[in-house]
Design a binder for this molecule. Structure first.
Ligand SMILES: NC(=O)c1ccc[n+]([C@@H]2O[C@H](COP(=O)([O-])OP(=O)(O)OC[C@H]3O[C@@H](n4cnc5c(N)ncnc54)[C@H](O)[C@@H]3O)[C@@H](O)[C@H]2O)c1
Length: 336
């Protein structure tokens, strides 16, 4: 397969390496708004990957691609996805599909009309622990859930330049937890109450964003959910999903590398914690791209279509509204 990659930044470089390692990928075509970035990334890949760099991002759509991976900055996603759909090229697009609800909604409508697969990059769905948690819920082993907790704690903030186009903490980061809770419980969230804080670098506040946030969710079967995120968890990257039920409780993402010290402390040795999401979800990122090739080849259905991304986006939007207005927000208020 000939796969295009739009965006050669942090996650683009990760996806490029993963795509090169897939035997089905014969050629990779890499483009970035900053052509130097694209050329640097291509030069770092193994020579046998035969990565090509066109003169401009537009050239991707005339490159005879079998599929396009969109890993550009969030505000470029909607346009790139629309152009790929017009060229009838299946797309894998990093989350979120667009910075706002209108753009997300437009992609959902356009992709349904075009019939071109668009897979959204919610890689946590491909994490072995999260998949097992979903099975535990579906099997009835946990009984009825009383509480679900999901966290996304980054050890350090992204570069300041990333923040203005990120969409804000809830749309950029917490959206993973919101998608995961829907995916694992199979339930919908009916209302949210969010709070945020700025105790770190000023650039978050200057963009109208928060560096730490939490939301209380009420699910349609009465389960309560808590999602939490921060850009300042210096102990290490922490992404855990805890499910507490009437019969049993499970946690996904808790292992020897989880950056939490049990008290009283018994072992003061240095711990090898997760450095970031790239390391924590390495297998899941690989698995979602393998799934994308299967989608292109028609070997499987789309594991994360735009409609699912829209549902998560409604919840992120409800959290942002709740944060801004300091009140409970029903999902119906933001739904189109
Ligand atoms: N799924 C995940 O866990 C995960 C993790 C990190 C980032 N992301 C998402 O991936 C996207 C990129 O994040 P990042 O951390 O790699 O950002 P980044 O800033 O490191 O890289 C973004 C790249 O996009 C390029 N770009 C901007 N506009 C472009 C356009 N029109 N065409 C082609 N390239 C363009 C920039 O020049 C830059 O090289 C974001 O949408 C982010 O939400 C997802």
């Amino acid at each position: 397969m000939r796969i295009g990659l739009a965006g050669a930044g942090r996650i683009g470089a990760r996806h490029a390496a993963a795509l090169c390692a897939l035997p089905e990928v014969d050629a990779l075509v890499i483009a970035d708004a900053d052509a130097v970035r694209a050329r640097d990334l291509a030069a770092r890949l193994p020579p046998e990957s035969r990565a090509a760099v066109p003169d401009a991002v537009e050239d991707l759509f005339a490159a005879g691609l079998d599929g396009l991976v969109v890993a550009a900055a969030t505000d470029a996603h909607a346009d790139l996805v629309a152009r790929a759909m017009a060229a009838r090229v299946p797309v894998f697009c990093e989350k979120p599909l667009a910075p706002g609800l209108d753009g997300t909604f437009q992609i959902v409508t356009a992709s349904a009309a075009a019939g071109v697969p668009v897979q959204v990059g919610f890689q946590r769905r491909f994490d072995a622990g999260n998949a097992a948690a979903r099975e535990a819920v579906a099997s009835g082993r946990l009984g009825w859930l009383h509480t679900v907790r999901s966290c996304s704690f980054d050890p350090a903030p992204p570069p300041a330049g990333y923040v203005p186009t990120s969409g804000g903490l809830f749309r950029d980061c917490v959206i993973h937890d919101l998608d995961l809770i829907r995916f694992v419980t199979g339930r919908e969230v009916v209302r949210v109450t969010a709070a945020g804080a700025n105790r770190g670098d000023d650039f978050f506040r200057e963009c109208g964003d928060v560096d730490t946030g939490s939301a209380l969710l009420v699910l349609d079967d009465g389960t309560l959910g808590v999602v939490s995120a921060t850009r300042y968890n210096a102990a290490g990257y922490d992404s855990r999903l805890e499910l507490f039920g009437s019969k049993d409780s499970v946690v996904a993402g808790q292992d020897a590398r989880t950056p939490v010290t049990a008290l009283p402390e018994r072992d003061n040795g240095a711990r090898d914690v997760y450095s970031g999401f790239m390391e924590r979800f390495a297998d899941a990122y690989d698995a979602e791209l393998r799934a994308f090739l299967d989608v292109i080849a028609g070997r499987r259905g789309n594991p994360c279509p735009p409609e699912e991304a829209l549902e998560a986006f409604y919840l992120a939007e409800a959290c942002e509204l709740s944060l801004r207005e300091g009140r409970v927000v029903a999902t119906e208020e933001v739904r189109r």
